[in-house]
Structure formats: C-alpha cells, structure tokens
Design a protein around this ligand. Sequence first.
Ligand code: ADP
Length: 226
Amino acid sequence: MRYKSILLFGAPGSGKGTQGKILGTVPGFFHSATGDIFRSLDLQSEMGRTFWEYAGRGQLVPDELTVKVWKQFIKGMEMVNQFHPESEILILDGIPRTVKQAQLLEDTIDVVKVIHLVCNDMTKMIERLRRRALKENRFDDANDVVIRKRLEVYERDSAPVLDYYPPEKIVRIEATMSQISVLTEILKILVPLKEEMDGAREHKDPFEVIQSTTAAAMALAATTAE
Ligand code: ADP
C-alpha cells in the first residue's frame, strides 16, 4: 500500500517544521520530519556521523541513504502501531528533497497535494534560521556561511521537486503570513482530503473488510504456528 501523503515544501526557514508539528497533533495525521529523524540518530553510529558530516556543511545527505533511513523509520512506526496508513494521512516534512528522492519514493508514497510555503524575503528566512539555531541548538544553522549554503542547495536541488509533481497538485501559501493564518490555509486543503479518506473507508464494502480481516488473521495464525 502506498501511503497517502501531503508534502510540506519550502526553503529552510519557511516554517514547514512548525506547521508540520502542529498538524501532527491532529488525529488522523502523522507528521514525519527527516531532519528530526536524522538528528535523533546516535552520533557514534556510522549513519549518525555521516549525517553530521553533510548537515554541518549545509549539504544534503545522499539520496539513497536518506530514502533508506526514512523507509526504515516509517515501517518501524507502522510496526509499533504509531502510524496507521489505512486511516492516517502522512505529512511529509523534508522529504523528498530532490527529484531523485521523489523517484525513489514513488513506490511508497502517494503524494496527493504539495503545499508550497513560499517565501521570497531572503532576509526574513535567514533571520528565522538564526533565531531557531539559538533556540533549538541547531548547529547546522549556527553560522551564516552554512545558512547561505543551505539556501543555495535548496534552490539548486530541492526547488526542481516542484516540477516533478503535476501542477494541479501544488498549492502555494505565503509563508510570511502569521503562523495561524498559514495553518488556516493548510487546513482548508487538508480537511476535505481527510473527510474524503474517512468517507471512502466508511463506504467500503463490508464483505471486503471481512475478507481482508480474515486473511490477516489467517496469516497471523500461520506465523505464530511456525
Ligand atoms: P530545515 O527544516 O531547516 O529545512 P531539516 O531539519 O529538515 O532542515 O534538515 C536538516 C539537515 O538534514 C539538512 O540540511 C540535510 O543535511 C539533512 N536532511 C534532511 N532531510 C533530508 C533529505 N530529504 N535529503 C537529504 N538530506 C536531508
């Protein structure tokens, strides 16, 4: 099953993380932020060290590795019953960040909308990144050289992702508005999608549900019998 997903997209400092965190608290949505997943890795591990090597220079972690880590994370969340793809919409924050990643994820995610947080005011974004670096101990945003590099990488490698998805899936929201206004605009898009998803589940043929539940129970019985 491909996960029904919304992609929160925008330059570093555009507010994706803030909005993603709020949306993740709403029942029916699951927020996954690649930056947070990477930062939670053990610094002694090879993957943790690789992450800091790239992030510390304002660069992206290589595509194959990023997608591998993310797929492992989301599968894990599903297995421990934190993420329920049948009933929840996945809020993707920070992935896919390159066209290659979008291609590698094609078999796993079904991106129904791309929410593009647009911010043309470079100074404002840099200011936000500096403030966040202080507040959240984000070493990758601690100096201006790294910040500029990150914005440059966004323009070069990430912005083309917007051309990868069909234009009718892309919604532009002005990121310089207040947080609550941005949230309101996002919810205007998400609420109908969620209701449609719930409606489709409710109207599912009851026979089909019984059939799939029975199949799952039999598969489980088979594994425990082994
Ligand atoms: P921001 O929210 O400021 O855009 P993140 O917290 O999402 O930044 O990411 C921090 C760092 O983690 C990035 O600079 C990059 O090194 C790495 N990273 C996060 N997501 C990805 C990704 N999809 N592909 C490659 N590297 C990533």
